[in-house]
Design a protein. Structure first.
Length: 180
């Protein structure tokens, strides 16, 4: 094996990314406080060709040097919007025909390994504050909740790690499966 050079990766240019077919998926950050987590989620959104990142409440917005440290420019290619209230972002997405899903440990949540999606739908995934999680009023406005099964002593994962795991599963179903 040989590690590939950057020039061998055949990545899209920023201009090509903006016009390429996107995964019908938006991520909503419900009061995510860490700028490093925000930047990391932008980078994941870029990797999986997501439509947009919705930043809500205390979630910081670009341009910001601390977001850029982990986003590495993805905050300039991935579309984003800011909403003062997360519930307003949910309403905006609902009006646009998105199915809304929160990543949260909740009664009736679906284990991620049991996730089933309709490839004809558009989805929004909501992740929450690093300590408090997704607000209850936002969960109430969602169509369903999914939970990442965990088997250790901790009760949660870092929000950007959890987002990456969940978004990969959505991407596999909604985007990669279109090329099978």
């Amino acid at each position: 094996m040989r590690k590939l050079k950057i020039t061998e990766l055949n990545r899209l240019t920023a201009e090509a990314f903006k016009t390429c077919v996107k995964t019908p998926l938006v991520i909503v950050l419900d009061h995510v406080r860490s700028l490093n987590n925000v930047g990391s989620i932008f980078r994941t959104a870029d990797a999986f060709r997501m439509e947009a990142v919705y930043l809500c409440g205390i979630s910081a917005t670009p341009p910001h040097v601390e977001i850029h440290k982990t986003a590495l420019g993805a905050e300039e290619t991935v579309e984003w919007r800011y909403f003062k209230e997360s519930i307003d972002a949910i309403e905006d997405l609902r009006q646009k025909g998105y199915v809304i899903c929160a990543v949260e440990q909740a009664e009736g949540s679906i284990a991620l390994d049991n996730l089933s999606l309709d490839k004809g739908e558009k989805y929004a995934v909501v992740v929450g504050h690093e300590v408090k999680g997704v607000q209850q009023q936002v969960i109430d406005a969602c169509d369903f909740c999914i939970e990442i099964p965990q088997f250790g002593t901790k009760h949660s994962l870092n929000v950007s790690v959890a987002a990456g795991i969940v978004l990969w599963d959505f991407f596999k179903i909604l985007y990669l499966s279109a090329f099978d």
